[in-house]
Design a protein around this ligand. Structure first.
Ligand SMILES: [Cu+2]
Length: 149
């Protein structure tokens, strides 16, 4: 009886621990200007944190392109503004913009892309924001990210 109880505890706690330690997440987007996730907390035990952006829609990236771009909340508007100037040839992100902490490629319907966040670059207590930098999308496609405190 005691043995069975121990097993039950192990199986109920095990998956919860795995989830807490997960160093990756998936964000979905479709043919509307919307991310499926509005906030992300990165475990401080991770060295890197992988974000997979999935475009579950059908529209091409020239009409409804999406990316996932991370910066400090205080930098994100400037990142987006410079990205518009860089234009479509650069996926709406200025090349070599050191304020960009991670970014996926711009993708269209049926595609997916990955971004890797270097966790040592994140500070506890700092506010980070992720957006889609495609023209007109960033006001709606926006969420927050923080390092686990
Ligand atoms: Cu978008």
């Amino acid at each position: 009886m005691k043995f069975q109880f121990a097993f039950a505890v192990l199986f109920s706690v095990g998956p919860a621990l795995c989830w807490a330690q997960s160093c990756e997440t998936t964000v979905e987007s479709g043919d509307t200007m919307r991310f499926s996730v509005r906030s992300i907390t990165v475990p401080k035990t991770c060295e890197t944190f992988k974000v997979t952006l999935k475009h579950t829609g059908h529209m091409p990236k020239t009409a409804m392109g999406h990316n996932w771009v991370l910066g400090k909340t205080s930098d994100i508007d400037a990142i987006v503004k410079d990205g518009q100037q860089a234009g479509r040839d650069h996926d709406f992100l200025a090349p070599d913009d050191s304020r960009i902490l991670a970014a996926t490629p711009l993708i269209g319907g049926g595609e997916s892309g990955e971004a890797t966040v270097t966790v040592s670059k994140l500070k506890a207590g700092e506010s980070y924001t992720f957006v889609c930098s495609y023209p007109g999308h960033w006001s709606m496609m926006r969420g927050t990210l923080k390092l686990e405190s």
